[in-house]
Design a protein around this ligand. Structure first.
Ligand code: SF4
Length: 314
C-alpha cells in the first residue's frame, strides 16, 4: 500500500521578510507602472520570480542593465555598501526590500566596526546575503563555512572580535561552528540575540518534530533557497527520505512506493499554492488524511518602506 497520510509542518512557507519583499515589488509596480527593476531574485523562489515577471518586474544582476531614472528594488537578501552607493550614484528611484532582520545584522556590524571590532561571519560563500553583509565594510569580516575554516582564519587581532551569522543557516551546524570559534577565540563577542532568524528556527523546529513520524519528507523550495536546503538536510539527518522540489511536477512516484506517511513543509520563500499542488498529487497517490502538526503561530509582520505604504501620496 502507498501513501495514506500527509503530515503538514507548522509553521511552513512564507516568512514576514518574504511577504514584505513581494509586497514591495507589487506596490512599486502599482505606483510607478511597469517595468520596475529588481536586483537579484527578490526571494529565492522560481514561482514567485516568474509571477512577478508577468506583473512587470525585470530581474537583473548588474546595475548597468537598469536604464537611467528607473525604479529599482533591492532583494530581501540585502546589498553591499558598494552596490547601494552605485545605485544612488546612477540616480535610480530605490526601494530596499532587504529583510529588516538582515538589516539588523548590517547595523550591528557598522556599530561594532566603529568600536574597532573585526568579525567572523558564519555563512555560505557566494550567497547574496553573505555578500551583502560582508560588503558593509571594506575589510575586516572573515567568512567561515565550517569548523575547518575556523581553524584557519587569521584575524589581525583577537581582542575585539565579534561573530555574525547568515540568517538562514542550520541552527545545529551554526552552533557547532560557533563553539569552535569560541574555543579558538575565547574573548569573541556573540550577538545578543542570535542572527539566525525566527522563521529559519521555527521551520527547522517543525521538521525536527515531524521527521521521526514520517517515512518521506517533501520540502517545497527552490535549489537556490538556503533555508529550504537546510530543511531537506535536517530531514535526511533525522532518518527520513527527504526531497526538495520546486513544484509538484518534480514529485516522482517511486519515492512513495511502500511509504505510508509523508511529511510536507516549505521553505520561507515558497508560496502555499505550491504546497497545495503537492497535496493534490499525494491525494492522487492514495493519501486520504491530512494532519496539521502543532507548532508556533507566527504573528510577526514588517511594514512597507516609506513611499510605498497604502496611503502615501505621490
Ligand atoms: Fe527575513 Fe528570515 Fe525571512 Fe530571511 S528567512 S527574509 S531573514 S524572516
Amino acid at each position: 500500500m502507498g501513501v495514506q497520510e500527509i503530515l503538514l509542518a507548522e509553521p511552513r512557507g512564507f516568512c514576514a521578510g518574504v511577504d514584505r519583499a513581494i509586497d514591495i515589488v507589487e506596490a512599486a509596480i502599482a505606483k510607478f507602472g511597469r517595468p520596475i527593476y529588481v536586483r537579484h531574485e527578490i526571494v529565492h523562489n522560481t514561482y514567485v520570480v516568474n509571477d512577478l515577471k508577468t506583473k512587470g518586474a525585470i530581474f537583473i544582476e548588474e546595475l548597468s542593465d537598469v536604464p537611467p531614472g528607473a525604479t529599482l528594488v533591492f532583494s530581501a537578501h540585502g546589498v553591499s555598501k558598494a552596490v547601494q552607493a552605485e545605485a544612488e550614484a546612477r540616480g535610480f528611484n530605490i526601494f530596499d526590500a532587504t529583510c529588516p532582520l538582515v538589516t539588523k545584522v548590517h547595523v550591528e556590524v557598522a556599530k561594532l566596526h566603529k568600536e574597532g571590532y573585526e568579525f567572523i561571519m558564519i555563512g555560505h560563500k557566494g550567497h547574496p546575503e553573505v555578500e551583502g553583509t560582508m560588503g558593509q565594510l571594506p575589510d575586516g569580516i572573515h567568512l567561515v563555512e565550517d569548523v575547518q575554516d575556523v581553524l584557519k582564519v587569521q584575524p589581525k587581532q583577537t581582542e575585539l572580535l565579534a561573530v555574525v551569522t547568515q540568517t538562514t543557516l542550520s541552527v545545529d551546524d551554526a552552533e557547532e561552528i560557533l563553539l569552535a570559534v569560541k574555543q579558538r577565540f575565547p574573548k569573541v563577542r556573540e550577538p545578543k540575540q542570535q542572527d539566525i532568524c525566527y522563521a529559519t528556527q521555527n521551520r527547522q523546529d517543525a521538521v525536527k518534530l515531524m521527521a521521526p513520524e514520517v517515512d518521506v519528507l517533501v520540502v517545497v523550495g527552490s535549489p537556490t533557497s538556503s533555508n529550504s536546503n537546510r530543511l531537506r538536510e535536517l530531514g535526511s539527518r533525522m532518518g527520513a527520505d527527504s526531497y526538495m522540489i520546486d513544484s509538484a511536477d518534480e514529485l516522482q512516484n517511486e519515492w512513495f512506493v511502500g511509504k505510508h506517511r509523508v511529511g510536507l513543509t516549505a521553505g520561507a520563500s515558497a508560496p502555499e499554492v505550491l504546497v497545495q499542488d503537492v497535496i493534490l498529487r499525494l491525494r492522487a497517490l492514495g493519501a486520504t488524511s491530512i494532519r496539521k502538526l502543532d507548532g508556533v503561530t507566527e504573528t510577526i509582520k514588517f511594514p512597507l518602506p516609506k513611499g510605498l505604504k497604502l496611503n502615501d501620496g505621490h
